[in-house]
Structures are given as structure tokens and as C-alpha cells.
Design a protein around this ligand. Structure first.
Ligand code: ATP
Length: 314
């Protein structure tokens, strides 16, 4: 369905639908520093892309439209506030092309779940529209456009396991021997607002906390190299977890239920309320997921693998 043949010099542009699959992210380590003058918190994080995917399809159109199905349908606004529309407009403006596309989202990543679903969709949109419009930007240029819209977007274009610094937008891949980790994702009823969780952390820190320079996550990096799930489990860390637990005390029950179901370790994912559990293999993950579902403490629990590639045309 290419508009031009492969011998042509022009960037490859697609006349037909472009479908992009994008993973959710979890943070194996999330170190949160003080608020910077620009309002962002300084972060030191290890991102990890897992096999829970959204899918964005872009088709040629006369205007810019967005439709959706799946998680959050009827709840998520599909207007100019949606990160998908904002990403498409940002790319069109940068490339000086009309922002014309019919976009359709198939959503599996829960809304406001701490899995960066919105950023994932924005990353998928940048790639899909780049291919549809033949704007021919590389991953780095798309990441630059994405960083203006959301801190997690550069990582979701890249995927894998990566160190994130700055406010999360500066990513560098962590090179380790290929290992597949087996996770269980416990999906909560209802979301948590990321800015509110950060505000709660600042409030909790007010009296007791004196900012120190963020340390790089050495223990976690060493655990990744060792490739032993029980070692990685012991190294998982999330500075936002106490704040998420303070706003949603019931999450303690979810973490407890995961351990009771046999998980090696459990942690709140990013700003929550999703909790993720590390297991030793695929069969163990299925068992823990079933245990969590039976416990009734979460809306759903699913097994997922990581690391996964970032946004990709399929
Ligand atoms: P993060 O950790 O990046 O804040 P999250 O997983 O907690 O992400 P998201 O689902 O990414 O939460 O988004 C949070 C809010 O962003 C939503 O409640 C919604 O108001 C807004 N939003 C805008 N566009 C989207 C989108 N395409 N998908 C999801 N949320 C979106």
C-alpha cells in the first residue's frame, strides 16, 4: 500500500492504514528528587516495557479524527485534550504538513493506571503519522517532539529496559544479556492522578525530608545483570509507592494478596494504582495471576513479559 515504490527517493509514505503497537511501561526503580524550578520532579528511573499493548491505526483523512474501543471507552475524552490528537498536531506542525488522519485506538492499557498509557498512545501516534505522512523523522526526532508532550514518550518509542533521567525524558538503553522477566499486572478499579500522587509525596516529605542528590540505581542494574528473578525482586524500588498507598490504602491489600499468591516481589507501578509482581517463569505468573483474581482485591490480573520493544508498525 505504499504511495511510492521502493526505488523512489521520497520518504516512504503509506496510502493505506498504518497500524502501530505500543507497550505499557513499569518502573523497576523510581527515584524521585526535589521539584525543579520548572515544576518537574528530578527523576532517576529504570523503565521496562511489558507485553500489555495499545494499538493505534492511522488512515488517510480530510481532517483529524479519533475513535476508540476497549479500556476507558466512554470515559477518555477524544477531543483536543487527548494526547493522541496533541501528538498528531505537534508532528504536523513540526513537519509543516496538514494534520489530516483518521485515527483509531484499541486500548488495553488501563486509564490513569501508572502504566503510562497516554504516553504510549502519543508515542504510537507519532510513529503512525510519521509513516502515514511520509515525514521521515527518525526515532530521536520523534522522541524530541514527544518529550514536549509527556516525560515517558521518548522511552515508549524506544522500549526495552532503559535508564531515565532529567524528568524521565532523557533515556539511555540498559544493555544486558537478553533475559525475559515474567510479571503479573494487577489492574485496579479506577485510576490515580499522577500529579496528585506527586503532590502527596511532596506533602509527606515536607517535614521530614531533606533533598539529597539522586543516586543511580546501582543495585537494580546489578540485579538485571545477574538475571535471577529473586535478586531483581529484592532490588525493585518506587519512591512514589508511599504516596500512592497514602491516597489508596487498599493497595496494601493488593500487595499482600500478590505475596500470598506466591509472587517473588510486588510493587506499585509508577504513580499507581496498578501493582506489578515479579514471578519466576510463565507458569508461575499464570498461577499468581489466578490467585490475585480469586482474591477479589483487584479488577483483573494478567501475566505479562518484559522487556518488549517500543512503538512498532505491525
Ligand atoms: P503516567 O504515569 O504517564 O501519568 P498513567 O498511566 O498514570 O500515566 P494515563 O492513562 O497515561 O495515566 O493518563 C492519565 C490521564 O491523561 C488520563 O486520565 C487522561 O485524562 C489523560 N489522557 C489524555 N490522552 C490520553 C490517552 N490517549 N490515553 C490515556 N489518557 C489520556
Amino acid at each position: 500500500t505504499e504511495a511510492w515504490g521502493p526505488d523512489d527517493d521520497k520518504p516512504r509514505r503509506f496510502a493505506g492504514p498504518v497500524k502501530v503497537r505500543v507497550p505499557a511501561k513499569i518502573n523497576l526503580h523510581l527515584g524521585v528528587g526535589p521539584v525543579r524550578p520548572d515544576g518537574f520532579h528530578e527523576l532517576n528511573t529504570v523503565y521496562h516495557a511489558i507485553s500489555l499493548f495499545d494499538e493505534l491505526t492511522a488512515r488517510p483523512g480530510d481532517t483529524l479524527t479519533l475513535t476508540m474501543e476497549g479500556e476507558g471507552t466512554g470515559e477518555l475524552e477524544l477531543d483536543e485534550s487527548n494526547l493522541i490528537i496533541r501528538a498528531a498536531r505537534a508532528l504536523a506542525q513540526k513537519a509543516r504538513v496538514p494534520a489530516h488522519a483518521r485515527l483509531h485506538l484499541r486500548k488495553t492499557i488501563p486509564l490513569a493506571g501508572g502504566l503510562a498509557g497516554g504516553s504510549a498512545d502519543a508515542a504510537a501516534t507519532l510513529l503512525a503519522c510519521d509513516l502515514l505522512w511520509g515525514t521521515g523523522y527518525g526515532k530521536d526526532e520523534l522522541a524530541e517532539i514527544g518529550a514536549e508532550l509527556g516525560s515517558d514518550i521518548p522511552f515508549l518509542l524506544q522500549g526495552g529496559t532503559a535508564l531515565g533521567t532529567g524528568h524521565g525524558e532523557a533515556v539511555s538503553p540498559i544493555l544486558a544479556r537478553p533475559t525475559t522477566w515474567h510479571w503479573v499486572v494487577a489492574i485496579a478499579e479506577g485510576g490515580l492522578s499522577t500529579p496528585e500522587v506527586y503532590r502527596e509525596l511532596d506533602r509527606m516529605r515536607e517535614s521530614t525530608w531533606s533533598p539529597e542528590p539522586l543516586e543511580s540505581p546501582g543495585q537494580l542494574m546489578a540485579a538485571l545483570r545477574q538475571r535471577r528473578p529473586e535478586v531483581l525482586g529484592a532490588a525493585l524500588a518506587n519512591d512514589l509507592q508511599p504516596a500512592a498507598l497514602s491516597l489508596r490504602p487498599a493497595l496494601a491489600e493488593v500487595l499482600k494478596a500478590g505475596y500470598e499468591a506466591g509472587a517473588l516481589a510486588g510493587i506499585v507501578s509508577g504513580s499507581g494504582p496498578t501493582c506489578v509482581f515479579l514471578t519466576s517463569d510463565a507458569a508461575h505468573a499464570e498461577k499468581v495471576a489466578a490467585g490475585l483474581r480469586d482474591s477479589g482485591v483487584c479488577r483483573d490480573a494478567v501475566a505479562a513479559r518484559g522487556p518488549m520493544p517500543g512503538a512498532r508498525a505491525v
